[in-house]
Design a protein around this ligand. Structure first.
Ligand SMILES: [Zn+2]
Ligand SMILES: [Zn+2]
Ligand SMILES: [Zn+2]
Length: 112
């Protein structure tokens, strides 16, 4: 039991090292930064438009226009119906939660 608690505490420390964990501001994918981005496309993190970025988003102040690029492409890919009415960098994004879980599960104390 004590071992388990120690591991969880370690995970929390590791997760904080990832925080805010990497999300590309250009393509909105996780795990790399804009400067390392190899994507040809960029998307608005607010409304998922590929014609502008968040800094030029004409509707970024209107929460009703939020559309998550990651959830939208997940829905398209897996024929899912996840809620997409949130910005791609929203804390309520289920893709972000999935990524957070994946990072937590990947934490390895021996070989990291
Ligand atoms: Zn990128
Ligand atoms: Zn936009
Ligand atoms: Zn989302």
């Amino acid at each position: 039991m004590d071992m388990g608690r120690v591991c969880i505490d370690h995970q929390r420390i590791h997760l904080e090292n990832f925080s805010p964990f990497l999300q590309c501001h250009k393509c909105l994918q996780f795990g790399h930064m804009k400067t390392r981005c190899t994507s040809q496309e960029s998307f608005c993190s607010h409304c998922a438009s590929n014609e502008h970025q968040i800094s030029d988003c004409p509707v970024k102040n209107n929460p009703n226009t939020a559309k998550c690029h990651n959830c939208h492409s997940h829905n398209t890919q897996f024929n899912a119906k996840a809620d997409i009415k949130h910005p791609a960098n929203s804390d309520s994004c289920p893709r972000l939660h999935a990524m957070r879980d994946r990072i937590a599960n990947r934490v390895d104390y021996g070989s990291a």
